[in-house]
Design a binder for this molecule. Sequence first.
Ligand code: ADP
Ligand code: MG
Length: 360
Amino acid sequence: MAGDVVTRYENVMKAYGGLTVVKNLNLEIKRGEFLSLLGPSGSGKTTTLMMLAGLQSPTSGRILLEGTPIEGIPPHRRNIGVVFQNYALFPHMTISENLAYPLKARRMAKDEIRRRVRRGLEMVKLEALGERRPAELSGGQQQRVALARALVFEPSVVLLDEPLGALDRQLRETMQLELKQLHRETSVTMVYVTHDQGEAMTMSDRVAVFHEGELLQCDAPKTLYDEPRSAFVAEFVGENNRLAGTVVGTDTQWIKIRTDAGLLLTARSQLDLRAGDAVLLYIRPERALVGAAAAACDNRYEARVVDSIFLGDHTRLRLDLPGQPNFTVKQNFFADSGPPAAGDKVQLGWSAQALQIVTA
Ligand code: ADP
Ligand code: MG
């Protein structure tokens, strides 16, 4: 049986003419999870989703849905719900009729349709608006209806392609939380396309990061943030400081690296690296410390403060460090004499554990 896996991409490749837009994709989508496909515009996210919806077919490789290759199943029988940014509601139908449409198409009994439409409206908190037409709803309400329409027939997967992209920021953030709650309540498998890393981190059980048609890493948000396996992921997910260097020595626990600008760093041994290897090092702004807090760190340097911005819950410092003139630190507490000011010389430090290393 399909077991835990709803969908599996096996060596899937998609090319348009000579241009490969999805490269050798291997990905399993687990039952009940909220999986985001994250990447910049043009990285192959929509194409990946369209192949699962049956609206595009792979150039090579195959996609299994519930253990069966999908090319044999016509799109309308794949039991997949879709919500796209521009996938409009039927304007001449009421909201209730829009929700009933996929149920009628599946030849459900009238009573069952009525029950499901009511339940669908409740799910997205639009009980009172069933008799309105789409044009009489706000953008956010219309997207809720589109979501309900994708859920009423209890699909095995719901595909969402930047469904909140047209909404303003505040509404988008509210809808993110609503969608996440809806996911918890229905436990339907959701595959969500976005180019917004904050959105992906907020909503997802796992995030698949795409870059130029390649799946670089698929992990839980925390793993992606703490253990990026490539420079692209380290820089695309969250904020990061980058230093370039070369491995100068290793033992079983520690690794020593000299940066191109001459700083000597100690990191926890975590990769199969040898002396002479070129690496990129990343330190998150909230894991770097200045002032007294830096005293106990494995790595300590003197740096000059370029600017210091008090933001209420934390202070954001920009430091000039050899090889990194825009080194960013976010710190919420300063034990000594408060946050430093522009022009001050400060001690900067971070623990060996805080260093993320990827091969250059
Ligand atoms: P994303 O959703 O990540 O922005 P897409 O999957 O839409 O990326 O597109 C990936 C690449 O494939 C882009 O370079 C895009 O121009 C190209 N592409 C998408 N659809 C077609 C098509 N029908 N014909 C030719 N090229 C296409
Ligand atoms: Mg797209």
